[in-house]
Design a binder for this molecule. Structure first.
Ligand code: AMP
Ligand code: ZN
Length: 296
């Protein structure tokens, strides 16, 4: 990576973040928050009619995540919540209690992607109507990928539109959102390109899964040159899961077949970083069209 990119981003870091001593975990400034709020509003303005909005907490059911296969496919990214069992309440009274020594894995994990909780919820409501379902979801997400680079955080905010229906409905949804994602990036004055991509599956078998994902065109990313042209940053992704969640959750379409699903994901922190990296940290100096789109 050319150090020019690193130096340029380091120079604007204090305007965006305060450090915590942990790579990938930052305290966000008012300026950064202003821009992510405006991005959220811009994404909302493009919401399709008939979309149900849901907001999720930063933790989710461990069992739900294990059922989706995440713990098998991405164990290296997953963060669990460890807690001290209540039965220790008496034992340590009066002494300094070594909580970490007594903590164990609980029924909670940190949500790794905003859309996971929506599939079992949809399944609990019965068959998907013929027109399909669309959701607007968001969550603080956690992935154990510490890095010095500000485009790779351990905790970040993800906004997603999710479609559940037939394969044809989901593919049409994804195509619409990919086009809209490109329009959004243009409105934001970001240079970008689309690329077929894969998720970082775990282990040797994972390489085969990732390869199959690319070959089948299941994931496309909108890449923005934040640090460099050679290693651009994925700021949005457009995913087709086929019937993976349909089979997992016995989620059926109106004809009784396993439903297909897909999602368009927006990384709010990465998009904000891309804006600052592209236009600088003085909002007053940003191109007029970008300021108008964001209302800043
Ligand atoms: P993915 O599920 O990996 O396609 O992630 C969806 C979006 O979340 C990406 O396009 C990024 O914008 C954002 N994202 C994923 N991982 C990170 C990370 N480690 N730090 C910041 N943003 C991320
Ligand atoms: Zn998703």
């Amino acid at each position: 990576m050319p150090s020019e990119g690193v130096d340029r981003i380091e120079a604007i870091k204090p305007a965006m973040f305060h450090t915590t001593g942990i790579d990938g975990v930052y305290l966000r400034t008012e300026l950064f928050e202003q821009v992510t709020t405006a991005l959220n509003d811009l994404i909302t303005a493009h919401r399709e009619p008939g979309t149900e909005t849901l907001r999720f907490p930063p933790v989710m059911s461990r069992k739900t995540l294990e059922t989706t296969g995440y713990a098998q496919n991405f164990p290296h990214m997953l963060g669990g919540v460890c807690c001290v069992d209540g039965s220790h309440a008496q034992a340590g009274a009066g002494q300094e209690f070594d909580w970490a020594a007594h903590a164990s894995t609980s029924d909670l994990v940190l949500t790794p992607a905003a859309c996971y909780p929506v599939y079992p919820l949809a399944a609990s409501r019965g068959a998907v109507p013929a027109a399909g379902l669309t959701f607007d979801v968001a969550s603080d997400c956690f992935r154990r990928e510490p890095s010095k680079r500000l485009d790779r955080l351990q905790t970040f905010r993800m906004r997603e539109y999710v479609c559940i229906g037939t394969g044809a409905q989901v593919l049409a949804f994804r195509e619409r959102w990919q086009a809209r994602g490109g329009e959004l990036a243009k409105q934001l004055g970001l240079s970008f390109r689309f690329e077929s991509a894969s998720d970082p599956f775990f282990g040797r078998m994972g390489q085969l899964l990732a390869q199959a994902q690319v070959e089948q065109g299941l994931k496309y990313e909108l890449l923005v040159p934040v640090y460099s042209q050679d290693q651009p940053t994925a700021c949005m992704s457009f995913n087709y899961h086929m019937d993976h969640f349909g089979v997992t959750w016995r989620l059926t379409d109106s004809a009784g077949a396993p439903a297909h699903t897909g999602c368009a994901a927006f990384g709010l922190d990465r998009l904000a970083l891309a804006l600052f990296a592209t236009h600088g940290v003085k909002l007053a100096m940003w191109p007029q069209g970008v300021r108008a789109a964001l209302g800043v």
